[in-house]
Design a protein around this ligand. Structure first.
Ligand SMILES: CC(C)(COP(=O)(O)OP(=O)(O)OC[C@H]1O[C@@H](n2cnc3c(N)ncnc32)[C@H](O)[C@@H]1OP(=O)(O)O)[C@@H](O)C(=O)NCCC(=O)NCCS
Length: 230
């Protein structure tokens, strides 16, 4: 993820969470080059890929804030705002007979169309990895994009030989199912962790250890094969 992606990322964020992160939280996170990894998932010609861009220049120390409260999951997406009037399609007036209308040429197959469909991040601190956020645009869910993001974040944690933790809202069954698939197990409850965020207040703490072991590599390979991205 790079600064240039933030407009779209924040748009997805607003569709996924009642209180999205402010831009400066993202900017601060992106400035922590060595301790963070933020990825975007793009749909290229309708096929998902994950990618992280080059890291931006470090920001001054006063901008380097602590890890923001990881974003919780919730199952309700905000109702998108109605489109502004200029986007509402009116029935076009019939054109006079002498006006030529040009039918746009169909795009050649080799032209790529790319859309950011999701994003995720992990913080590395003191030999531990902590997932800070994972979100997929509601329009693109259920197609393995969340799993691809998590796979990439898990591989990064595995390279650093860390354990991995995250918090997830107690009622977020979709995210919990996704995390269980990656071997994360519930290890505790944080009461009122999300109070004031508009989400179910209690968080479940999930954790995976030994992710550098061969057994865990086999789990990731299996998932990658299932996702057809091995
Ligand atoms: C959680 C989230 C990232 C999953 O993204 P996704 O792209 O739909 O996930 P995938 O398509 O990769 O699905 C992965 C697994 O999640 C689970 N899952 C996905 N949608 C689900 C649903 N509606 N109900 C139950 N389980 C679901 C399934 O186990 C699925 O595995 P399967 O494909 O073998 O069935 C997405 O729902 C989301 O952005 N939610 C809002 C933000 C959020 O809650 N983030 C997590 C913060 S802790």
């Amino acid at each position: 993820m790079r600064a240039m992606h933030l407009d779209r990322v924040m748009c997805i964020d607003a569709r996924c969470y009642p209180i999205p992160w402010a831009r400066d939280v993202y900017e601060s996170e992106l400035s922590l080059n060595d301790e963070r990894l933020y990825l975007i998932a793009r749909i290229v010609n309708n096929r998902a890929t994950t990618r992280h861009g080059r890291t931006p220049k470090p920001q001054p120390a006063h901008n380097q804030t602590k890890t923001p409260k990881p974003q919780p999951a919730h199952n309700q997406t905000k109702t998108p705002k109605p489109q502004p009037a200029h986007n509402q399609t009116k029935t076009p007036k019939p054109r006079p007979a002498h006006t030529l209308t040009m039918t746009p040429k169909p795009r050649p197959a080799h032209i790529l169309t790319m859309t950011i469909a999701g994003y995720g991040g992990v913080a590395f601190e003191e030999g531990k990895a902590h997932i800070t956020t994972v979100a997929v645009d509601p329009d693109h869910r259920g197609r393995g994009i969340g799993a691809q993001l998590l796979l990439a974040l898990m591989l990064a944690a595995r390279r650093r030989r860390t354990s991995l933790t995250l918090e997830v809202a107690s009622d977020n069954s979709a995210a919990q199912a996704l995390y269980r698939r990656f071997g994360l197990a519930p290890v505790g409850i944080r009461r009122d962790y999300y109070t004031g965020t508009g989400l179910s207040p209690d968080a479940i703490l999930m954790r995976a250890d030994e992710i550098h072991q061969p057994d865990y590599a086999n789990r990731l390979i299996k998932i990658a094969v299932e996702l057809d991205c091995a």
